[in-house]
Design a protein around this ligand. Structure first.
Ligand code: NCD
Length: 320
């Protein structure tokens, strides 16, 4: 059975986004995650911390790695894990979301992990249920566990986040990964640069405490980390760039553009990567530089830490 609950440095019921979290709260999740990395490398990866708890993965949008990662995380902590993929073709998404949530809520889940196509949908759903909710990506808004796993990857490689020069490149405008990373990295004291065509930078980006570049070599100069993002074609209405060929020419990461970064700069990508669009295949597969596989490994540890922390908080509430 679960251990007795402790007063938590992360005193929230949900994890809906990184915006507004403190340095202490983020650090607490990262420290816990670090412990789970060790557990996941053992032959016996399972503990019974979430025994008796039910975790439902509710995905209104496609996902391979995030869903699998949450499923593994729940199972390694001995929770009962159910996966629900809801077709994206539903006519009225708002209604479907709330209806589904209240149906599931009646089954007494302890944690709902939700991915939704609409920004803000996960927050709305969290207001309608009694359990803890983790945002697994809502539209172009936030994807907090992705930012946490990116931070854990960087911190384990570089020993810190503070003071590092981190370039986030590509479709910033439509990316929930970029948004969550910006909040997290700026809060933790990194120097964040955004590199993208003018059309793919959100208006007012400078107010987020970042520097904006429209030229890869200017943006990558002397940076420690190069984080590449996929063009989110499914969220684009209209033309944001002339062609993928031209996009690759100006914004695709290859060795030539990478040569201006620090010689040991790490390459990151949340996946799925589009080879020949935002990243050259050779660079993506260069495991002396690319930590893409490590990001996936850290993902499971981060999700275990989040489930651990939120179920501890549930226990505290239940004990009242
Ligand atoms: C990202 C997502 O879904 O937001 N992928 C992921 O979670 N691994 C990034 C993307 O889809 O480009």
């Amino acid at each position: 059975m679960a251990n007795s609950p402790k007063i938590s440095p992360y005193p929230h019921r949900h994890l809906l986004g990184i915006e507004g979290l403190s340095v202490q709260e983020i650090s607490h999740i990262l420290e816990k995650s670090d412990e789970y990395v060790d557990q996941n490398r053992r032959a016996d990866k399972k503990t019974d911390l979430l025994h008796g708890r039910t975790v439902i993965n509710l995905f209104f949008e496609d996902s391979t790695r995030t869903r699998t990662s949450f499923e593994l995380a729940g199972k390694r902590l001995s929770a009962d894990v159910i996966n629900m993929s809801v077709g994206s073709s539903s006519v009225n998404k708002g209604e479907t979301l709330i209806d589904t949530a209240s149906t599931l809520n009646a089954m007494h889940p302890d944690v709902l992990v939700v991915r939704a196509g609409l920004s803000g949908a996960v927050q709305l759903l969290a207001e309608k249920v009694n359990c803890a909710v983790i945002n697994a990506g809502d539209g172009s808004h936030e994807h907090p566990t992705q930012a946490l796993l990116d931070a854990l990857t960087i911190q384990r490689r570089r020993g810190k986040l503070q003071g590092l020069n981190i370039a986030i490149c590509g479709d910033i405008l439509h990316s929930r990964v970029a948004r969550s990373n910006i909040y997290l990295l700026v809060t933790m004291g990194a120097q964040v640069r955004l590199v993208a065509p003018m059309t793919l930078i959100p208006s007012g980006a400078e107010n987020l405490g970042v520097e904006v570049f429209h030229d890869m070599k200017a943006g990558l100069k002397d940076c420690d980390i190069v984080m590449m993002l996929r063009l989110q074609n499914e969220r684009m209405q209209g033309n944001f760039f002339p062609s993928t060929r031209e996009y690759f020419h100006f914004f695709g990461l290859n060795y030539e553009k990478l040569s201006v970064a620090k010689p040991d700069a790490l390459i990151m990508h949340p996946g799925p990567a589009n080879r020949g669009v935002e990243i050259d295949s050779e660079v993506a597969d260069d495991y002396s530089r690319s930590v893409i596989r490590e990001q996936v490994e850290m993902g499971v540890a981060v999700r275990m830490a989040c489930l651990d922390i939120l179920s501890n908080n549930l226990q505290l509430e239940e004990a009242k």
